[in-house]
Design a protein around this ligand. Structure first.
Ligand code: CA
Length: 224
């Protein structure tokens, strides 16, 4: 599948040129020529990257970025005017991934696009799989395995294991686990944490004969 790129740029000459070059590179390209159309299109799902001009009629690039970031973390490269340091800084502050100054050489734009895709893929890999030794948890597929053997967990057991793996080698107190797994407004028994640790241990530690969840006496639990 080809990566889909949206160009939001009111200067039609630039937009057409970039569209041509990107299509030539094998990307699937769409264009918007003003801010409002741009935002509408940008908010639709399915873009792999957005090239966003700062100076746009209708709605500025900054405003589009601000609104877009509330609903999406799609990679965004800002197209800024020469010497506009403040645009670059506020663009990055607002969550742009990169910027390129106009006029730019197409090779530089292509390199920045490739770099953005690479960073994004790395981030996805990093955030999707959590593991400790032979135990692995995939946040996307919700699959937990030990040595490739699937482990069937309830939703709450999954979240508890996820929190422990996110904080590997950090001791988490019962209160912290209660907050993170059951939420601040949990009114039930605090020993529910111990009960769920017991469930996890019987499904993982006991079953596979490896001590994975450690008790730190008087403090809490952790996975190394
Ligand atoms: Ca412009």
């Amino acid at each position: 599948m080809n990566e889909k790129i949206l160009i939001i740029e009111d200067e039609e000459k630039i937009a057409r040129f970039v569209e041509l070059e990107l299509s030539h590179e094998g990307y699937e390209v769409s264009k918007a020529h003003d801010g409002r159309d741009g935002l509408l299109l940008a908010e639709k799902e399915g873009w792999d990257l957005i090239l966003l001009d700062v100076m746009l009629p209708g709605l500025s690039g900054m405003e589009i970025l601000r609104r877009l970031r509330k609903v999406s973390d799609v990679p965004v490269i800002m197209l800024t005017a020469k010497d506009s340091v403040s645009d670059k800084v506020s663009g990055l502050d607002m969550g742009a991934d990169d910027y390129i100054t106009k006029p730019f050489a197409i090779e530089e734009l292509l390199a920045r696009i490739r770099a953005a895709f690479k960073r994004n893929r790395k981030a996805e890999r990093r955030s999707s799989i959590l593991s400790s030794g032979r135990l692995s948890l995939d946040r996307n597929s919700h699959l937990v395995t030990y040595d490739q053997t699937p482990i069937d967990l309830t939703k709450r057991e999954f979240i508890l294991l996820e929190v422990l793996l996110e904080n590997r080698s950090i001791v988490l107190s019962r209160d912290t686990l209660l907050e993170k797994v059951w939420g601040y407004d949990y009114m039930g028994e605090t020993n529910i944490v111990d009960v769920y640790i017991y469930y996890l241990r019987s499904k993982i530690d006991d079953k596979f004969g490896e001590k994975i969840i450690e008790t730190v006496r008087g403090v809490g639990y952790m996975i190394k």
